[in-house]
Design a protein. Sequence first.
Length: 314
Amino acid sequence: MFQGGVKSATVIDWENDDKEVELILDTEKYSSASDEANALFSLVRKLKRGSKIVATLLKDTAAAWEILNEVESDLRSAMDERGEDVDEGRLALVKERLISTLKTTRFKIPVADRINKSSKATNSSSSQNKNRREKKPHLGTPASNVRKLISPGGCIVLVGRNRRGNEHLSLSVARGNDIWMHSRGAPGAHIIIQNRRGGPTVTDECLQFGADLAIFYSDLRNENKAEVTAAEPKHVQKPRGAPLGAVKLREEWKTFVGRPDRVPDELKDAREGSGQTDEYHMSDKAKHRRKTKQVAEEDRVKRKQQQRERKSQK
């Protein structure tokens, strides 16, 4: 049957209860039904390839959006409420993260920065001479403030050596499915257990290893055991105006119990070799306990004196 140069045909749809379906074929564009079918199959294959590309682009865009949102939050925390004073240390960490994620975010270094870099390269010899004359305190690179260990399951575990290392780990290194850990209620190192695509699976032994490290590298290292907070990196934030290395959690993932005596012996030996012995910390801790007890006693005597004075006034 022909209708205005278009031929129709009836076929059976085997995947839809064997129903008869009428197909309208374009005889003006295609010489036969097989030519039109081949053209349609080619279009479908092209659309499938396009959908995979779009899915990848959407995934990359979502990752870039998440990074840029976190960077925006970090930038806000680097400035005071009036936006006048800027913490240069935090600003440097933000810049470092933007540069390290260039492939994901497509971040472009501002023209002024590129000019400054070119100028610095041109005047490198004079700068080196000036540095020899005027040496400034060196805080070290972020990487030098981080310990790298391997968990029982083969995962990379990163430990902050100081406040600078802690901030670098929490705000620049940790991402995605990594696990962030810290001793609960006491100063200590920030721990990152890396959980990356294609890497080893994080096991219970890896989590316990991280919890033990969190207590070992904290002020609770002389306790038999202590609680450890764990969270996803996306919930670790920098409070506005907070000091270097200070963070807050929007949401906690789990609580673990860390046992510092279970860390590898080489870590204990390294601590003893650095002069940070258990005896020193134990005596220091006892001193603080005595001081706390003394203050509590003085406070109790003061309250009793005030109660007696109030009774006499009545």
